[in-house]
Design a protein around this ligand. Structure first.
Ligand code: V47
Length: 371
């Protein structure tokens, strides 16, 4: 057998004849329709999904697997929203906390000077506004001009921009002028309106989430997208979510990475919902890679997934391992993820990737290799 085509041909015939058309589309670089995506979730063997996902991954990334030197800042856990899956906000914590601008600058200042990206996201604090967050951006840029600032989820942005009486374009333009470089993917959760109402009804709507990202892309601010999966949603809801993202990406081409986020149940209002097995995680990565054929990158966020399963995910469509993190996020450790103090050295990251046979490539925030 000489090529991927031969292998998938044999596999799809031995596994299920319904997959012949899907396999051909993936080989030819054609998008699947929602019914085909659903069929993959419902009936495809995991090994078959891995092979199809690999075709799309290789098309964009060859054998490279990316990582970045980064850290997070979570400015506060005081939140106007009360999402049922959240273990991070003050509603589920014994303490409330809020960092001052000086506290955040001190965190930035003590990072190693080789770190390239700061990721800022947290709760939606009722007393904070776009001026506060704009000043924070300006001061970070004054302190570390070369640091890429990926900041504020669409949920935080929606709140601060509406509160300022601005539209999304002018609010994002203001923040861009203050130093915003890109927008993280948080707050997408599940776009289906009924499930969203059930798990995070107070949060900004799906249309608003997509509207913020559209406006960001139109201003030249790239962004990421996430999905919170493995709780009360169905496969059809996952495909609906991927389809809405793929349509926006067709218009703007502004998304860099898609990041599936596995639901963790510790210390939140959904603690009675069982977590999905790791096979389901790999299925989620693979179908995302196959369906989002216009996204260049699929990211395994190892603080949420665990480093060993992040390694396995490289065989199910993933090409990006996020970054070194430097023990700077609590969102997942509070929800019960196995990584209670997520920190990875550059050599640890390289080793994790190279053990799987991939080429580890350090990147900047725009996926340019760092020499
Ligand atoms: O939107 C919150 C998720 C997200 C839980 O853009 C939970 O590079 C599982 O978006 N179980 C925020 N997930 C984090 C985020 C992110 C992370 C890493 C990289 C990027 C990026 C973005 O965390 C929230 C929500 O979907 N989340 N609580 C929980 N109990």
């Amino acid at each position: 057998m000489s090529s991927d085509t031969d292998i998938t041909d044999v596999l799809q015939r031995s596994v299920n004849p319904e997959f012949a058309g899907i396999s051909a589309k993936v080989h030819n670089g054609q998008p699947l329709n929602p019914a085909e995506g659903l069929l993959l979730f419902e009936k495809a063997e995991l090994g078959f999904l891995g092979i199809l996902a690999d075709i799309v991954r290789k098309r964009y990334n060859g054998d490279k697997a990316w990582f970045i030197r980064n850290f997070h800042v979570e400015p506060t856990n005081i939140c106007i929203n009360r999402c049922r899956f959240c273990s991070f906000s003050h509603h589920f914590s014994s303490s409330k906390w809020e960092l001052t601008v000086d506290d955040i600058l001190a965190i930035v200042d003590r990072q190693d000077k080789t770190v390239r990206e700061i990721h800022i996201t947290g709760a939606v604090h009722p007393q904070r506004d776009i001026i506060y967050y704009g000043e924070l951006l300006k001061k970070i840029k004054a302190l570390r001009p070369g640091l890429h600032v990926k900041a504020y989820s669409a949920v935080e942005l929606d709140y601060m921009i509406i509160k300022a009486g601005m539209d999304y374009r002018s609010g994002l333009k203001y923040l861009k002028d203050c130093g915003l470089d890109s927008v993280p993917g948080g707050g997408a959760e599940i776009f289906d309106e009924h499930i969203r109402e059930d798990i995070c009804g107070m949060k900004t709507t799906s249309d608003n989430w997509l509207g913020i990202h559209r406006a960001a892309h139109e201003l030249g601010l790239p962004s990421n997208a996430t999905m919170l999966y493995g709780h009360v949603e169905s496969y059809a809801h996952r495909i609906d979510h991927l389809e809405r993202l793929r349509q926006l990406q067709n218009h703007t081409k502004g998304f860099n990475a898609f990041i599936p986020l596995k639901f963790h149940r510790f210390n939140n209002e959904m603690k009675d919902v069982a977590e999905v097995p790791v096979t389901e995680d790999m299925k989620m990565y693979a179908v995302s890679r196959i369906y989002l054929d216009n996204f260049p990158h699929i990211k395994a966020y190892w603080p949420a997934l665990g480093r060993k399963m992040a390694q396995v995910s490289l065989s199910f469509g993933v090409d990006d391992m996020d970054g070194t993190i430097n023990d700077s996020t609590r969102i997942y450790s509070l929800a019960g993820a196995e990584e209670q103090s997520p920190v990875m050295t550059v050599s640890g990251m390289k080793q994790l990737i190279e053990e799987t046979g991939r080429i580890a490539v350090e990147r900047d925030s725009l996926y340019r290799p760092v020499i």
